[in-house]
Design a protein around this ligand. Sequence first.
Ligand SMILES: C[S@@+](CC[C@H](N)C(=O)[O-])C[C@H]1O[C@@H](n2cnc3c(N)ncnc32)[C@H](O)[C@@H]1O
Length: 304
Amino acid sequence: MTGQPAPEDLLAWLAADLADQVVQHYRISRADAVAMILADWQARPRLVAAAASANSPGDVRRLRVYRDAAAATKRDVYHRLRRYRAAGTAFDDAVQALAGLPPGSLPNLVTELVTAVAAAHVSTAERLPHLDEFVAELTVVTGAVETVVDAGCGVLPLLFPLDPPAGHGVREYWALDKDSRAITALREYARVRADQRIRPLQWNIADGWQAAFAAGLPARCDLGLLLKVVPAVRRQAPGLLRTLAAIPADRLVISGCRTAMAKRRDIERRETRELQRFCAEHALTEIGRFRTADEICLVVQRDR
Ligand SMILES: C[S@@+](CC[C@H](N)C(=O)[O-])C[C@H]1O[C@@H](n2cnc3c(N)ncnc32)[C@H](O)[C@@H]1O
């Protein structure tokens, strides 16, 4: 930032200046960072008052009230970026729009609305810019499969190609996640499709596989998907990894992120090591690998 702002623009100037620092470290656009910072600061009357009576940015920057606010705002940006669902009502609004569609609606309309849901789910949204590439790679390595179990699925099943021309011959796609709002979105999608192929199930890894079998999950599926889940579970609840590894499929695709969710940091090597450790600990052998712009994927086979 250069130049001296007019006193009435001081807060906006400071927000833009802080946003310049924030975008260097965090995966957020400058405009979003400025908006987020200003929204945070408007809720701090002491800072607003200090900026209103100061003569220059330097005067404000020297104050403890500013330094505390700047530090708290950076923490807030970090925590918001680490949420899977977008802030505000974007996710729920998109799901509500999907809920308004009758079964058997026009495919183009369904695609438009499910893409809006996916775009409001950070982890799935990361794939949107190169979705075709991801799907093509997945198809090559997995071949023809009829049954899929996707554990910690988020809303990825909304984007999985079930229909021509790229459509897989998948008969049953079991979509399991503990996140009730993701599962609500998938239930709406399944209702609109009206073909029984997407089978959403609210399920926590801690519930164990018997609970999923009791809900109809086949004893064995042709393909298991653990996408961007293993490293997250290792961080949050490592005791659940053993259950995750017992996913009822002998061929799996397991993936990790190449870039951190919130910070602009390359984590590919660290995540790959996590995936390899998971395989080594649970008798899974890597038989292939592919990567996309944001994801490293191992194709693995269960040892006999
Ligand atoms: C990084 S997101 C990945 C979502 C999706 N697989 C994808 O690649 O887009 C991790 C997902 O794992 C789910 N998850 C984390 N812990 C879980 C648990 N204990 N049981 C079920 N799902 C879990 C989260 O709710 C979230 O949807």
